[in-house]
Design a protein around this ligand. Structure first.
Ligand code: BG6
Length: 487
């Protein structure tokens, strides 16, 4: 991924958690790899509580360095990375500071990227202030999630930002789209003739998409308590994964071809009837429990979380897509905090053979299945049946594996690194277009509304388990179970 595009990357929220853990480490990795960032490219960090560049670099040394390169930092690369960094002290409430920012940026070469690693309430004021000094022209703006709280608030942000930046200038980040295995899903589906003919209702019985986390809400209790798992994970990451799994083959990989196809899926999601919510949606909240031998507290006692909070930390859904390819195929989506394992995977369960000449063991579960593991240990695993050695015809489930780190030993890239390079190089395919975001909000909103209106508390589950029993019962109604329940 060579580039000769020079750039000025302006980072609002320069001392925030995201800058510290993700954005600056990703830029460093791109720098260290060599050839990915133009030599003349600059990073302009913007923050309010830091005096000057020297102080900012001290902060970067103290806070960002521990998050880069797990295998130790290449000191000379680190030193040359710091040379890329400029600093502007900026108070949002002070218009004069934006004049200083403009002067600093105008002195630098290349395309301009403004990355808003700030809370969403600052998106519109920052965009307006940038426009007031003409910095919106020919620039790219990157917006972090959450973009709004519901359809109305997300539209309000999109309308206001849209008055200042054209849609082609706006990069809405969903970091799941930057994950290597998600890219690989596109390669698997559209680079091979093998799977595509089977990738439809005639051959697929059900699909599961899980994003399970062991972590709790960490230091984000306050934010999370006002958000919940449906807004934090389903509206964006899970529906984006679903749209990639289910989309029609795009005409090309250009940004609008891919996004048009994803949008068609989002618009084809079967609306959830409020009367059916109990059958197709499960919400849970973790209580205290044990994860890998360590006791962890209940969600309701986490710092920043309201006492008696009814915010969900777990969601499981049965989703249907109303089109010819997928009519009648259930997609089971699930995400939660403090679950038994950290795993993100897509499970495609193909139908059993229509008639078994090989006896009942050919109808057993655990075969005819493709599992795409996004994290950890990225793998694609195809389960089939094979004859057990020896006498008779006894079949056993076996698997063909592609473990990415063994096959491709080098070149793996973190999601943020890929996405930041895409912004710098003007590639929009892996960013969420406004209409996709709206379609996703339109679909999740009735669930949010119903949960709020019903006032029923989420179902409890012990930390370190796979969530409330109701999530398993939902699949049992369809004669299936979550993947880990089979083992
Ligand atoms: C973020 C959510 O978007 O994704 C977090 O806000 C969540 O709550 C995180 O922990 C999960 O991302 P990953 O890449 O660690 O699976």
């Amino acid at each position: 991924m060579q580039t000769d595009s020079s750039f000025t990357f302006v980072l609002f929220g320069g001392t925030g958690d995201l800058s510290m853990r993700k954005i600056l480490p990703a830029l460093f990795e791109a720098h260290r790899a060599g050839g990915m960032l133009a030599d003349s490219g600059k990073i302009v960090a913007v923050a309010r509580h830091v005096g000057d560049r020297g102080e900012y670099l001290e902060w970067v040394n103290g806070h960002v360095k521990p998050h880069v390169s797990k295998n130790g930092v290449d000191e000379s690369a680190w030193a040359s990375f710091l040379e890329r960094i400029e600093f502007v002290k900026l108070d949002l409430g002070n218009p004069e500071d934006f004049v200083l920012l403009r002067d600093a940026v105008q002195a630098l070469p290349g395309i301009r990227v403004f990355y808003l690693a700030t809370g969403p309430s600052l998106f519109v004021p920052i965009c307006r202030a940038l426009a007031s000094v003409g910095l919106n022209e020919n620039a790219r703006i990157v917006l972090e999630k959450p973009l709004g709280y519901d359809l109305k608030s997300s539209n309000a942000i999109n309308d206001a930002v849209g008055e200042i930046f054209a849609e082609e200038q706006i990069y809405r980040i969903d970091h799941y789209l930057g994950k290597e295995p998600v890219q690989n899903l596109l390669a698997l589906r559209f680079g091979n003739a093998l799977f595509e003919p089977l990738w439809r209702r005639e051959w697929v019985e059900s699909i599961q998409i899980t994003i399970a986390e062991e972590l709790g809400v960490e230091a984000r209790g306050d934010f999370y308590d006002n958000t919940g798992a449906l807004r934090d994970m389903v509206q964006n990451h899970l529906l984006q994964l679903l749209s990639i799994v289910a989309m029609e083959p795009p005409h090309s990989m250009d940004s609008d071809s891919v996004r048009d196809e994803k949008l068609r899926v989002l618009r084809a999601l079967k609306p959830i009837d409020p009367l059916d919510i109990g059958k197709v949606a499960v919400r849970g909240q973790y209580h205290s429990g044990v994860i890998r031998g360590t006791s962890v507290p209940a969600y309701a006692t986490e710092p920043g979380v309201k006492q008696n909070s009814t915010t969900e930390t777990f969601v499981a859904l049965k989703v249907e897509i109303e089109n010819w390819r997928w009519a009648g195929v259930p997609f089971f989506l699930r995400t939660g905090k403090r679950l038994a394992d950290r795993v993100a995977e897509i499970v495609v369960n193909f139908r059993a053979v229509p008639h078994s000449a090989l006896g009942a063991s050919a109808l057993r579960a655990g075969a005819n299945r493709l599992v795409i593991r996004l994290q950890p240990n990225e793998t694609i695993r195809l389960y089939c049946l094979a004859k057990q050695p020896g006498e008779g015809m006894n079949l056993a489930s076996v698997h063909l594996d592609l473990a990415f780190d063994q096959f491709f030993r080098e070149g793996q890239m973190e999601a943020y690194q890929r996405l930041l390079l895409d912004v710098i190089n003007g590639r929009l395919a892996l960013f969420v277009r406004r209409d996709e975001q709206e379609a996703a909000w339109k679909w999740v909103e009735p669930i949010l509304n119903e949960w709020k209106a019903s006032n029923r508390p989420p179902k409890p589950y012990a930390a370190g388990t796979w969530g409330p029993a109701a999530a398993s019962a939902m699949l049992a109604q369809h004669g299936t179970c979550w993947l880990e329940e089979e083992n």
